[in-house]
Design a binder for this molecule. Structure first.
Ligand SMILES: *Cc1c(COP(=O)(O)O)cnc(C)c1O
Length: 430
């Protein structure tokens, strides 16, 4: 590239930061000095707002004890409904379609239990072989619970290139023996964003129900779950929503399915007016709240009042716009400064804006030791087998300069062979 100097790109990065409308949000998060955090898609950062919300809940526990269920400022009794409704606009859903409850994998079990109804010829679930393993374990378990064999009834559509899934391949697998399609919105490793609207239309035209795992898209990408007609969805709140380690997860059930009896009922799914009748007959709520099971973790929910507040202030459309710009900037720097020998990095994420979520996959044969060398320098990505360095420049907490610094570090690491002193064995939590 004629005349382009790497240092000029630092100047460019700083210019972009200077005109970034989301720049002030960075200070709302706890950031360790000297650390560049690029792992917000695994665990979002703590914020002052989330901390204040947890401390408020703790105070109310101290002062109200049992009375907190109704008398807390944010009554604990309806915390799932309230924090569900607060996510409605992030996913394009009615407030009644979303509830905060359980864990992602647990919610997947709950909804597949209810909505996977093998009948006559329609007995199969279609998923893809790049799906997050926990989701595949749950689906295989659900097939077995029906007395069926996953080898036959859980159809895993293969990736053609090991990184992405072609929507046409998923659609082609929706034959007349399929009951349910379960798909991620964004693939956890490559960061590919699937065309959910197209998949939903194709599934419904073929008489197939569609359920989604949106763990890697909520908080990074806008959704229109209601309008698209998605049947149900699950997601976690500790990634781009910054709810804290193990924060309570969320589920969506389209309005048209409200009133379907939950297959795994529990008292927390009761009509709230009736819950404390403590009747032996279960009266489910008339909305997505029916799929709650037991008492939610109040301390694992409370941070979201603060964390979702920040997301709303920033606005999901501005978050998406900056996220796309940050990942485009990263791709440009990788193409220019890291692709050729001796660097040899390649991008395993689709390049079209409509096909990528919030994180990028950089493929390199020495991904494990390079990740370790980055961490030793205070840059936090994560590793995903076999050869992917995953970086998530989360829009509210990451600067354009952070992205440049990552590329500078990768160049230096390869130039000096710094990674060669680290082993190629990944950590237990990579
Ligand atoms: C993060 C993630 C999960 C996490 O599941 P937990 O039950 O919260 O441990 C599940 N599925 C996908 C696709 C994820 O990205």
């Amino acid at each position: 590239m004629t005349g382009r100097r790497f240092d000029d790109d630092l100047t460019e990065a700083r210019a972009r930061d200077a005109r970034d409308p989301l720049a002030p949000f960075r200070e709302r998060f706890y950031r360790r000095p000297g650390v560049i955090y690029l792992d917000g898609n695994s665990l979002g950062l703590a914020s002052h707002d989330a901390e204040a919300a947890v401390m408020a809940a703790l105070e109310q526990w101290k002062h109200l004890a049992i009375d907190g269920w109704l008398a807390a400022t944010r009554p604990w009794f309806s915390i799932g409904e309230e924090l569900g409704a607060m996510q409605g606009d992030l996913v394009g859903a009615l407030p009644s379609e979303v509830v905060l409850t359980g864990s992602t994998t647990g919610n997947l079990h709950t909804l597949v239990s209810t909505f996977y109804c093998p009948e006559g010829r329609r007995t199969k679930i279609v998923a893809d072989n790049l799906n997050f393993p926990s989701d595949l374990y749950a689906l295989a378990g659900q097939v077995r619970l029906r007395g069926l064999d996953p080898a036959e009834h859980l159809v895993l559509v293969p990736s053609r290139d090991g990184s992405t899934i072609d929507e046409a391949d998923l659609i082609e697998a929706l034959t007349d023996d399929v009951a349910l399609l379960v798909s991620p919105s964004v693939l956890y490793r490559s960061g590919q964003l699937l065309d959910i609207e197209r998949l939903t239309r194709a599934a419904h035209e073929r008489g197939v129900m569609i359920g989604l795992d949106c763990s890697h898209s909520v908080g990074a990408v806008p959704h229109r779950l209601h309008e698209w007609g998605v049947d149900w969805a699950v997601w976690c709140t500790y990634k781009y929503l910054n709810g804290g380690p193990g924060s309570v997860a969320t589920l969506f059930v389209h309005e048209r399915h409200h009133g379907t009896p939950p297959a795994l009922p529990g008292w927390w799914g009761s009509d709230k007016e009736r819950q404390f009748d403590l009747s032996v007959e279960f009266t489910p709520a008339a909305h997505a709240g029916a799929w709650q099971i037991g008492t939610p973790s109040i301390l694992g929910s409370a941070p979201l009042f603060g964390a979702l507040g920040i997301t709303h202030e920033a606005g999901i459309d501005r978050i998406r716009a900056k996220s796309l710009d940050l990942t485009a900037w990263l791709m440009e720097l990788v193409d220019t400064w890291l692709a050729d020998a001796p660097y040899g990095f390649s991008i395993a994420t689709p390049r079209e804006p409509a096909r990528r979520g919030g994180h990028m996959a950089l493929a390199h044969p020495a991904a494990v030791p390079i990740c370790k060398a980055l961490k030793a320098r205070g840059i936090v990505p994560d590793f995903r087998p076999p050869n992917v360095i995953r970086v998530a420049p989360a829009a509210m907490a990451t600067t354009y300069e952070d992205v440049w610094q990552l590329v500078a570090a990768l160049r230096e690491i390869v130039d000096t062979g710094e990674h060669e002193r680290f082993g190629a064995v990944r950590e237990a939590v990579a």
